[in-house]
Ligand binder design. Structure first.
Ligand SMILES: Nc1ncnc2c1ncn2[C@@H]1O[C@H](COP(=O)(O)OP(=O)(O)OP(=O)(O)O)[C@@H](O)[C@H]1O
Ligand SMILES: [Mg+2]
Length: 299
């Protein structure tokens, strides 16, 4: 978790030394509609069903993850946006004070959720003049609030951008999951994403998180071209990152069950029928990758 955390951990007198620190996992791709929210929601359910304590944070102003968790906020209700701006001393006076307990919701699955709101789209502007390190607002908040110690996994859904919200998410993240559609444009998109990860290190705000899985999604097995694109992308990832770091998981095909479950705001684990078993298995596999990944220096 970076230099600061390590130094704290090595300090024998630190009160937090015995506290468990959760892993922060984010689902990221600047491309829209590749399955970030769907993967995030179902992977969180898989982890929770395996006994993990899970917090989901919706960092997307579209609030699609909040919607899946049935956490649609009214106009007056506070969201993760308010927690973040209230955590900045210079902004405290101009925003209504708010406490995490007023915002966090517990879903019947046992997963806690910090919902998003439209106001989050004004985050970049709101924090533009503050002297605090702007990329580290979320990371600092998770530590100062103690949330990082209350969960085994904090799972974050990202918006389809590479702006300050995503930079904040990456700075707080231990492992990144990258859903993508294996089409002719995705190679360029993945290249762009990796250059932003490189930028994090160059900004001097910490080490870039590790990409723990690339998830081909919305595959159509009748289209031979997609299969070829996928092979070509996987080959390039192995070439660029090495076999050990490329980790391309088995593809998710275009499945009506995922549309149906999303529409009913349910996870694939809420269905008993046989047609959901394959998807349940795939999301359990993603949960295993999250649990078994080597987070290296961040561990
Ligand atoms: N494997 C799949 N099969 C069928 N439908 C899918 C699959 N994966 C995702 N979808 C559907 O595709 C749509 C987009 O998925 P999702 O919202 O998860 O993408 P996203 O990357 O989060 O989008 P955005 O960038 O807008 O946040 C949703 O309606 C979802 O139900
Ligand atoms: Mg989404």
């Amino acid at each position: 978790m970076g230099f600061l955390f390590k130094s704290k951990k090595n300090n024998a007198s630190s009160a937090s030394q015995n506290l468990k620190t959760g892993k922060v996992i984010s689902f990221l791709n600047q491309k829209g509609g590749v399955g970030k929210t769907t993967m995030c929601f179902n992977s969180a359910h898989a982890l929770a069903r395996q006994g993990a304590r899970v917090l989901c944070i919706d960092m997307d102003p579209q609030a699609n993850l909040s919607l899946l968790f049935n956490c649609e906020l009214g106009d007056e209700e506070h969201s993760i946006f308010h927690l973040l701006v209230n955590s900045i001393r210079e902004l405290k006076n101009i925003h209504t004070p708010t406490h995490v307990n007023e915002i966090i919701r517990t879903h019947p699955s046992g997963i806690d959720i910090l919902p998003s709101s439209q106001e989050l789209s004004g985050f970049e502007l709101t924090v533009s003049g503050v002297s605090t390190s702007r990329p580290l607002i979320l990371k600092n908040y998770l530590q100062k609030s103690g949330l990082i110690h209350q969960y085994d996994y904090i799972i974050i859904d990202c918006p389809p951008t590479l702006g300050l919200l995503v930079v904040n998410t990456l700075c707080a993240t231990d492992g990144v999951m990258v859903p993508f559609r294996p089409d002719e444009f995705s190679k360029k998109g993945l290249g762009h994403l990796y250059s932003v990860l490189g930028d994090i290190e160059e900004m001097g705000v910490g080490e870039a998180p590790k990409v723990i899985a690339h998830i081909p999604n919305l595959m159509d097995n009748r289209r031979k071209q997609e299969q070829e694109e996928l092979e070509s992308i996987s080959g390039e990832l192995v070439e660029d990152l090495g076999e050990e770091h490329a980790c391309v998981v088995d593809p998710f095909f275009n499945r009506a069950q995922l549309v149906r479950s999303g529409g009913q705001r349910k996870s694939v684990f809420d269905y008993q029928s046989k047609e959901f078993q394959g998807l349940q298995h795939q999301f359990n596999e993603l949960a295993s990758i999250i649990k078994e990944s080597d987070y290296g220096h961040r561990g």
